[in-house]
Design a protein around this ligand. Structure first.
Ligand SMILES: Cc1cc2nc3c(=O)[nH]c(=O)nc-3n(C[C@H](O)[C@H](O)[C@H](O)COP(=O)(O)O)c2cc1C
Length: 196
């Protein structure tokens, strides 16, 4: 079985829901399986640390998860037009993998949720790609042959999957957003299988 790592951070739950949709897309591909992991919050208070195992939800990712998986889907909320600090903090701890070239040639895809339509979600997707490209990963996006990409009035971009939560973050994931999340997971899994 080819395992794909879905590594996400979510505070309000939108990116977490997108991660589950990505997993559905991955597991719709014969021979592919999703491994879902998250990262802990970061805090300016260095005297307390999060427990090793979160009280609920996905386990925290380890470097071994990245090394073992055949591909990566990376998800983060948009924060000031960029990925959230906990995800960046986790990625900043991957130098050992970079030195070994452990991720070179593996496919990767990115997804995000933002409050507003033009609040930097595409910038977040593009900048999330940068550390992955330093690792030598091969980016997988969404082509315009996916009809939802041309017609969506919510999220969905060629650079990756996106969701627009609204100012109160209370908009459900739209049908177009759902379909594009699942399609991105499927494309990632199919690419990983072809590359093996
Ligand atoms: C510190 C902070 C910064 C944010 N910056 C942006 C932003 O630049 N653009 C935007 O559209 N939304 C922004 N948001 C809203 C989040 O992207 C949005 O609520 C997202 O859906 C949260 O995902 P989650 O439910 O998975 O945590 C920000 C939220 C926080 C807390």
């Amino acid at each position: 079985m080819t395992e794909l790592l879905i590594l996400y951070y979510s505070q309000g739950g939108a990116v977490k829901e997108m991660a589950q949709l990505m997993a559905r897309g991955i597991e719709g591909v014969t021979g592919a399986k999703a491994r879902i992991r998250t990262v802990p919050k970061v805090s300016a208070n260095c005297e307390t640390t999060e427990p090793d195992i979160p009280a609920s939800g996905a386990p925290y990712a380890t470097l071994q998860d990245l090394e073992e998986c055949a591909g990566l889907a990376l998800g983060s909320p948009t924060r000031f037009g960029n990925m959230a600090a906990p995800m960046k903090y986790f990625l900043d701890g991957t130098s050992g993998l970079w030195l070994k070239g452990a991720l070179i040639g593996k496919p990767a895809a990115v997804f995000t949720s933002s409050g507003s339509m033009h609040g930097g979600n595409e910038m977040t997707l593009l900048t999330m790609m940068i550390p992955l490209m330093h690792h030598g990963m091969l980016m997988v996006g969404l082509p315009y042959s996916e009809p939802q990409l041309g017609t969506t009035t919510t999220g969905g971009t060629p650079y990756g999957a996106s969701h627009i939560g609204g100012a109160m973050d209370d908009r459900p994931i739209s049908e177009d957003e759902k379909k594009l999340c699942m399609t991105l997971g499927k494309r990632l899994a199919e690419t990983a299988l072809k590359l093996q």
